[in-house]
Design a protein around this ligand. Sequence first.
Ligand SMILES: [Zn+2]
Length: 350
Amino acid sequence: MANYSVDVPDMTQFLLGLLNIYSPTGDTERAIAYVRKAFDALGLETTLNAKGALIATWKGQSNEQPRALTAHVDTLGAMVKEIKENGRLRLTQVGGYAWNSVEGERCFVRTATGATVPGTILPTKASVHIHGGKEVSELERNAENMEVRLDARTTKMEETRSLGIEVGDFVYLDPRAELTDTGFVRSRHLDDKASVACIYGALKAMSEAGLVPTQRTTVLISNFEEVGHGASTGISADCVELLVVDMAAVGKGQNSDEFSCGICVKDSGGPYHIDMRRQLVELAQNADIPYKLDVYPFYGSDGGAALQAGGDLRVGLIGPGVDASHAYERTHQGGLSATARLIVEYLVAP
Ligand SMILES: [Zn+2]
């Protein structure tokens, strides 16, 4: 067992900083730059690939069985699909989520000049005083029936256009990131920024303890995971193992919780590699790290993207438990700490 300590308050501050940088899939440049700066400070060699993902390399003690580690920085969001006659906006979703999970959410439209216009995502029938409670509650929440009410004086399409808003502008969801005094982090987009923070916490703990990974390690911070092709590229061809760090699905019927590191045995893409699973369980047990084996029923990861793209890899998946995923999410510092520790144990394992 290696001797190191994960700085949980620092890792949490890194996470809150990252959560507050909008990064829907397709608009991730600023979030990638934030992570790159932190990795550079740890002395890693960093580079960006053509599609904008961050690739960091840590020369290990050996080059024989190179390993890769990945988490994704892109999140859910939306784009302006149409400027309506009444000046409000119709949206198209970026990533998969239920419309009711963003009802009433504050949002920000980023125009071509970089200005942001605030607004709120609402059903077209929002007021019970106008439509009555029954009609408001029975209106189906879908792309047709949801709109953005802009916080600007506009009631016409032309007035909205004169604010600089155009079809294709990104619409950011307010993450409302917060650390409670009970150690919970509640926010949107903990999937998968919580895992990016765990990787940062692990690498920092290793560098402070003077630990070096056993094998050369490629760290891929991917930026197109929510649409399915994040890690389809970015992992060097000679890697034989990939540890994906992504949220564990917490909820009814699940084994996962917010205080442990989830080890996924199977998701929608099928089983993860049994050798990886066995090794991760053994490492967690030996280091006394709280972990939960689990099956995630409606879930795909960058592990699937790497394999589908032809990667010849043993793939494992771990991550902090996240409640209400793809809605207003929550995890706990316990789960973050457990995940960061298991990453360290894996990287220094023989
Ligand atoms: Zn994810």
